[in-house]
Design a protein around this ligand. Structure first.
Ligand SMILES: *[C@@H]1O[C@H](CO)[C@@H](O)[C@H](O)[C@H]1NC(C)=O
Ligand SMILES: *[C@@H]1O[C@H](CO)[C@@H](O)[C@H](O)[C@H]1NC(C)=O
Ligand SMILES: *[C@@H]1O[C@H](CO)[C@@H](O)[C@H](O)[C@H]1NC(C)=O
Ligand SMILES: *[C@@H]1O[C@H](CO)[C@@H](O)[C@H](O)[C@H]1NC(C)=O
Ligand SMILES: *[C@@H]1O[C@H](CO)[C@@H](O)[C@H](O)[C@H]1NC(C)=O
Ligand SMILES: *[C@@H]1O[C@H](CO)[C@@H](O)[C@H](O)[C@H]1NC(C)=O
Ligand SMILES: CC(=O)N[C@H]1CO[C@H](CO)[C@@H](O)[C@@H]1O
Length: 324
């Protein structure tokens, strides 16, 4: 016991040895006005054009605890997590039939195929400024996801829920739920529709796990921006993160600045193919297809980005080694 306590003191000694590059854990003093006005740490403009951000995104305050991993632990050297308090509020991100994003551009082209609401990481009111800080060297992108049982997703559809998006619109990695979009339509829903799936830039499946309700699903994705590789960590609730993959090839990502991009989390629901549309419309998932228009949501906490200099934050003050 003494030995294991000492070992844990050693581990605790590593805590916060790893530089925090971006903190997207919503402080309790973050307000609806902050959200509507895209005050740091989030840019909230990816949403339906007719409503304010607070219509889609709900700050939960103390009504639900965030993932326990990043609580403030009063006695972090104990071998079990007790005596802690949360320091961030979870946020619920919803879509409904008004969630049609109209990106800038002339003429405006509403994304009628999608329903989407996302928060984008930003610091000093500038999301692109993070690229040169978080998308260089080797960095780790953390996020925790929980089902909203009152507003479930429809697993017949594909949902993209966490990703990094360079200017070419590709994803350096993504976390996905549901059934991948198929044209022509294949059998739906797919067998692993209810699984959270981590995919690389080429959309190969790196890791999947059942999206059980009532649990925080904690992810961390380690990205080597020079070698273009990924590694995945995962746990549920207060269990410390553990590596669930080795080093995985991600070499289809554009090298250098062209491969850097915004960190998104939220709900992006793809359509199903509409048999009454033309083949080219059916292939244009952004602008065409079937959406039922339901209100659906996911809840998030534990969003941050760190360097791996002092290891990877695993929860309750512990640090573990990066994937090698
Ligand atoms: C919340 O409080 C902290 C500490 O006082 C302060 O630095 C921060 O700017 C506040 N954030 C907001 C969004 O008001
Ligand atoms: C935020 O949006 C809500 C809902 O539309 C609105 O009631 C509120 O006034 C908005 N606040 C700000 C500061 O924009
Ligand atoms: C958003 O909030 C602003 C500020 O309160 C308000 O003027 C505006 O009408 C709101 N827009 C919508 C679509 O609710
Ligand atoms: C959803 O919105 C689309 C586009 O505005 C509209 O055509 C459709 O009728 C709406 N569906 C429902 C169920 O309201
Ligand atoms: C945001 O940061 C980028 C990269 O540092 C910089 O080029 C750009 O000018 C900044 N934008 C604003 C509005 O400050
Ligand atoms: C889910 O989507 C499918 C395909 O559009 C639809 O048939 C089904 O009714 C939807 N389920 C719910 C609960 O909305
Ligand atoms: C693990 C894996 O699927 N790696 C792929 C990453 O992307 C490159 C380039 O497209 C592929 O060649 C790898 O197979």
């Amino acid at each position: 016991m003494v030995r294991s306590l000492l070992a844990l003191v050693g581990l605790a000694g590593l805590a916060s040895a790893t530089p925090l590059l971006y903190d997207g854990r919503t402080p309790y003093n973050y307000t609806n006005d902050d959200l509507n006005n895209s005050v740091d740490p989030y840019l909230s403009v990816v949403k339906g054009s007719t409503e304010n951000a607070t219509y889609y995104t709900t700050l939960l305050g103390h009504s639900l605890n965030p993932t326990p991993l990043w609580n403030n632990y009063l006695v972090p050297w104990l071998p079990f997590p007790i005596l802690s308090y949360p320091t961030e509020q979870p946020v619920t991100i919803a879509i409904d039939n008004t969630s049609i994003f109209i990106p800038g551009g002339t003429p405006p082209e509403p994304q009628n195929g999608f329903r989407r609401t996302e928060l984008i990481a930003q610091k000093n009111d500038n999301h692109t400024a993070l690229n040169g800080v978080t998308d260089v060297g080797t960095t780790v992108f953390h996020v925790s996801i929980r089902a909203d049982d009152a507003l479930p997703l429809n697993m017949t559809h594909e949902y993209q829920i966490v990703w990094i998006e360079p200017n070419d619109g590709s994803h350096v990695f993504e976390i996905q739920l549901g059934s991948p979009f198929t044209d022509p339509t294949g059998p739906l829903p797919v067998a692993d529709a209810h699984y959270l799936k981590v995919r690389n830039h080429a959309l190969d499946l790196l890791f999947e796990t059942p999206f059980t309700s009532g649990d925080w699903h904690n992810f961390a994705v380690q990205i080597d921006w020079t070698q273009l590789t990924l590694g995945v960590f995962y746990s549920t609730n207060d269990q410390p993160l553990e590596a669930v993959t080795g080093i995985e090839d991600n070499s289809s990502t554009p090298a250098g600045v062209a491969g850097q991009g915004d960190y998104h989390f939220g709900v992006l629901k793809l359509p199903l193919v509409d048999p009454s549309e033309t083949p080219s419309e059916q292939a244009d998932v952004v602008h065409y297809g079937i959406q039922e228009g339901d209100k659906e949501a996911l809840t998030y906490s534990g969003v941050f980005i760190e360097s791996i200099e002092g290891g990877v934050s695993a929860g309750w003050g512990k640090t573990i080694s990066s994937i090698v």
